[in-house]
Design a protein around this ligand. Structure first.
Ligand code: PLP
Length: 390
């Protein structure tokens, strides 16, 4: 059965060009880039090229790029570095819809380290309460960390504006750009954020490679203390093949940004329009305009997301649900709860996240699978009668 992969916010296919670029460095070119010999230096030269390519995607200087093992490590390294830089400041600001890589870290800092954390709420469209965010900033705030775009709904936050406000008050600003990078243009020279995280496996590079951008001038303290790699900012022999693959993936992502904004956006909008038209009792979660071009979170009244996923899976369609049943809870995800998505559709929410590999035929396949699947589930549901939720 052919796989229809629409779960690209979870992870992406490694691009063929990326694999090709990596292969020599998994095979014959296995030298350590720190070695003095020419064999190792050959790898070092290729790493320099990769660093330039990675920096190019977000318009950073190569020296501002630190390679890590994943987005989660980048987020943790940024936050720990900020609180180490200002040990006397015990307040942190973030949003209620961050990924667990930030959210759980802050719960930990709040619980075990005595930090006061402001979790800024969002409205029904998933947009931040900016007044509350700005009013929370104080002399005691060590860092503001707000994601660039949300992984479930795709809603984009006004990062440039938030950075300006934080900067006016002398507060460090970090953004988790794991979902935004490669989907919308990012220019750190324009946005001026202090730190930014992203992850290879969301942009067609392999899993296990991440990036932390740290603006020149900030006294970053290492998260992994060890050798002199990454200019002493992250010890450990470099994951050479993956860094080289990531370099290629960043080059491709930059070239592909216009495709994201045209072909991918059009496919997403086509899927969204067909589903809303053909399935009564369906609604999009999140703001329609300020949204990543590849993401559609859509709720269907009176059905369970997990049941929908199973029926899609039978037809080879990969998507994900917005509820947290896998974590042993029957509640919808913390993102949908923060948005106060009504109970009736929060439980039946599905996230489709596309890439440039998807086609219109695949969107049609999703629609022709989903329409009878929802009907079948509603026929069995005690909450659905005569074409509406009871
Ligand atoms: N931040 C966001 C917004 C994400 O979507 C993810 C992964 O889904 C992460 C952080 C974590 O990235 P990684 O899987 O590379 O640790």
């Amino acid at each position: 059965m052919k796989i229809v992969y629409t779960d690209n916010n979870a992870t992406t296919k490694v691009a063929d060009e990326v694999i090709e670029e990596m292969l020599p460095y998994l095979g014959e070119l296995y030298g350590n880039p720190s070695s003095m010999h020419t064999f190792g230096d050959k790898v070092n030269k290729k790493l320099k090229q990769a660093r330039l390519r990675v920096a190019g995607l977000i318009n950073a200087d190569p020296g501002e790029i630190i390679f890590t093992s994943c987005g989660t490590e980048s987020d943790n390294a940024a936050i720990y570095s900020a609180i180490n830089a200002y040990p006397e400041k015990k307040h942190i600001i973030t949003s209620r819809v961050e990924h667990p890589a930030i959210n759980n870290l802050y719960q930990h800092l709040q619980g075990e380290k005595g930090y006061d954390v402001t979790f800024v709420p969002v409205d029904k469209k998933g947009l931040l309460d900016l007044d509350l965010l700005y009013d929370s900033m104080s002399d005691n705030t060590a860092i503001v960390s707000i994601m660039w775009a949300n992984n479930e709904t795709g809603v984009i936050f006004p990062i440039e504006e938030i950075f300006k406000k934080a900067n006016e008050k002398g507060i460090l600003f970090h953004t988790d750009a794991v979902q935004a990078t490669g989907k919308i243009p990012i220019d750190v020279k324009k946005t001026k954020v202090d730190m930014l995280s992203f992850s290879g496996h969301k942009i067609h590079a392999p899993k296990g490679i991440g990036v932390l951008y740290v603006k020149k001038g900030f006294k970053f303290s290492s998260f992994l203390v060890g050798g002199h790699q990454e200019e002493g900012r992250r010890g450990g022999t470099e994951n050479t093949a993956s860094i080289i693959g990531l370099g290629k993936a960043c080059e491709l992502a930059k070239e592909n940004l216009p495709v994201m904004n045209t072909k991918v956006r059009e496919l997403r909008d086509y899927l969204q329009a067909r589903l809303l038209e053909k399935i009564p009792g369906s609604s999009v979660n999140g703001a329609l305009d300020a949204r990543l071009p590849n993401t559609l979170s859509i709720g269907f009244d009176a059905v369970e997301g997990e049941s929908i996923l199973l029926l899609l899976d039978r037809e080879g369609i990969c998507a994900s649900s917005g509820s947290a049943c896998t974590s042993g809870s029957l509640d919808p995800s913390h993102v949908l709860m923060a948005m106060e998505v009504p109970f009736k559709s929060a439980h039946g929410s599905i996230r489709f996240s596309l890439s440039h590999y998807n086609t219109k035929e695949e969107m049609d396949h999703i629609v022709s699978t989903l329409v009878p699947a929802i009907q079948k589930l509603r026929d069995m549901s005690p909450f659905w009668k005569d074409g509406e939720m009871i």
